[in-house]
Write a protein that binds this ligand. Structure first.
Ligand SMILES: [Zn+2]
Length: 496
């Protein structure tokens, strides 16, 4: 679909809703299919530039969804005043081989294999003599001082043990002196110009190199060296010299937005229908295509699920289902690692409600027209799901249930918070995470069948009590990935 057409359609819809008119929705399959087609073509058009979190494309998609929620007559979720929930896309930290260097006595060591910059480190380079200061602790009340009798420390690179005197024990009196930041502070006071942490204590429990956001930066390079002291400081050598260069780069990815509407039936518990609307923009690290600088339209992933959420908003607003409230939510930041849904479940908004269940629509647009298979994940998350699916079979497609909850889509944060979840998905395909995931490849009548089936399920569940959560095996990413890739290969082979 051309850009000009998409934009004029978009403007038309905008002006439509500005006048406050609510269209009369019809819920026959033909009308549903038409609306899904329009929404997917617009969301997956080049004008939205692949809807990457924190970009203009995401904001255009966000505003389109808001328009559609308003048009459907559903109210804003957040504080009753706004449909949007902004959140910071956390920084990612990157260290490259070119910019991170460590050598001692002219032997070069390798990033990650031998050493890693510590998150407290400045981006800097220093060279000089090394000096071992044991645990780097001064504890007058415990009559202990690693810096006592040490002279001529100024301008040296300190080597400090991560652990504490007597070995790491939770009850040790030295625990108050065990943090890296305490040791760095004290080292600076004693004249250090660079720090090398080492660990000789097998019981020391922490991974010292995790690059987590939000930590204070100290004005000197700090690294962790994962080999023994003797390696960098042979006892035979009286003067041991080191060169350290550290550069931790961060990408501040900006602000992203969840978009949510609310149907308030003044009920004691609430149902969530959700799916992510963000995608990969112009590719980047999430792309599986060698032409990764093209627009990744993400028609199946996940304009299809977004259109599904919007369509169910229309249906639920027009329905007489009043036993539960409904949150209709489209998440951002999913492709960056479920950031939007994780943010939502940690927000005050989430704590306001008791939840009956959550349904996640992620990639529901590629029902294979011959196998007609739809995967339902996390069916083990409530006893009720299996019984329900058995009693209410789908007539126009085959359901494949997977008991476990896959970790890499937006139902998972809900599952972790003990909300019964169902994840609808039509499976992976060779266009997954490539620029080829386009609107003309969607099976619109197939997706319509899924929506009609969902309407039926939600209706049946309306006469039920709140579902009880049951813990089921969460399928780790790696297993899920293996499973999905094998599925994908199988699909490709059967198509040949
Ligand atoms: Zn994706």
């Amino acid at each position: 679909m051309g850009k000009i057409f998409v934009y004029s359609a978009f403007c038309l819809i905008l002006s439509f809703s500005l006048f406050g008119q609510q269209p009369n929705f019809e819920f026959n399959k033909g009308s549903i299919c038409k609306r899904l087609t329009t929404d997917i073509y617009i969301l997956a058009s080049d004008s939205f530039m692949g809807r990457k979190s924190g970009t203009k494309g995401e904001q255009l998609a966000r505003d389109y969804i808001i328009t559609k929620f308003k048009e459907a007559g559903i109210k804003p979720l957040f504080g009753d005043t706004t449909y949007i929930q902004p959140f910071n896309l956390l920084q990612k930290y990157i260290c490259t081989y070119e910019k991170n260097y460590f050598s001692s006595n002219y032997v070069r060591y390798y990033l990650y294999t031998d050493f890693s910059p510590v998150i407290y480190s400045s981006n800097d380079s220093v060279s000089g003599e090394m000096c071992y200061v044991k645990f780097g602790i001064t504890a007058p009340t415990l009559n202990y001082d690693d810096y006592k009798d040490k002279t001529d420390l100024k301008g040296k690179i300190f080597i400090i043990e991560l652990s504490i005197p007597g070995g790491y024990k939770k009850r040790s009196e030295f625990m108050a002196y065990s943090s890296m930041s305490y040791k760095i502070d004290l080292a600076i006071k004693n004249g250090a110009k660079g720090i090398i942490f080492i660990n000789s204590d097998k019981k020391y429990p922490f991974e010292p190199v995790k690059l987590l956001p939000g930590f204070k930066k100290y004005p000197l390079p700090v690294i962790y060296f994962n080999k023994k002291l003797e390696v960098i400081c042979p006892k035979s050598s009286s003067s041991n010299k080191a060169i350290i260069q550290t550069e931790i780069e961060s990408d501040n990815a900006g602000i992203a937005y969840n978009v949510a509407g609310f149907i308030n039936n003044n009920a004691s518990s609430t149902i969530v229908i959700g799916g992510h609307y963000d995608h990969l923009g112009f590719g980047g690290s999430g792309s599986l295509s060698p032409n990764s600088n093209q627009i990744h339209n993400g028609a199946d992933d996940n304009a299809s699920g977004t259109a599904g959420v919007v369509e169910l908003a229309r249906f639920l607003k027009n329905s007489d289902l009043k036993k539960y409230n409904f949150i209709l939510i489209t998440f951002s930041g999913e492709e960056e690692g479920l950031k939007g849904s994780e943010y939502f479940v940690k927000s005050a908004e989430f704590r306001k409600y008791k939840f009956n269940y959550m349904i996640n629509l992620d990639m529901i647009g590629r029902m294979d027209s011959s196998t007609k298979k739809v995967e339902l994940w996390a069916t083990g998350s409530s006893k009720k799901w299996k019984e329900l699916i058995k009693n209410e079979p789908a007539t126009s497609f085959a359901i494949k249930c997977v008991k476990g909850s896959i970790r890499d889509s937006d139902h998972y944060p809900f599952y972790k918070n003990r909300v019964p979840t169902l994840f609808f998905n039509t499976g992976l395909h060779p266009d997954y995470h490539t620029p080829r995931d386009k609107a003309n490849k969607i099976n619109y009548s197939g997706e319509t069948e899924i929506i009609v089936y969902l309407e039926k399920l939600i209706k049946v569940l309306d006469s039920n009590d709140k579902l009880k959560f049951r813990k089921t095996g969460a399928i780790a990413n790696s297993r899920a990935t293996i499973y999905m890739i094998s599925e994908m290969i199988r699909n490709i082979n059967t198509r040949k």
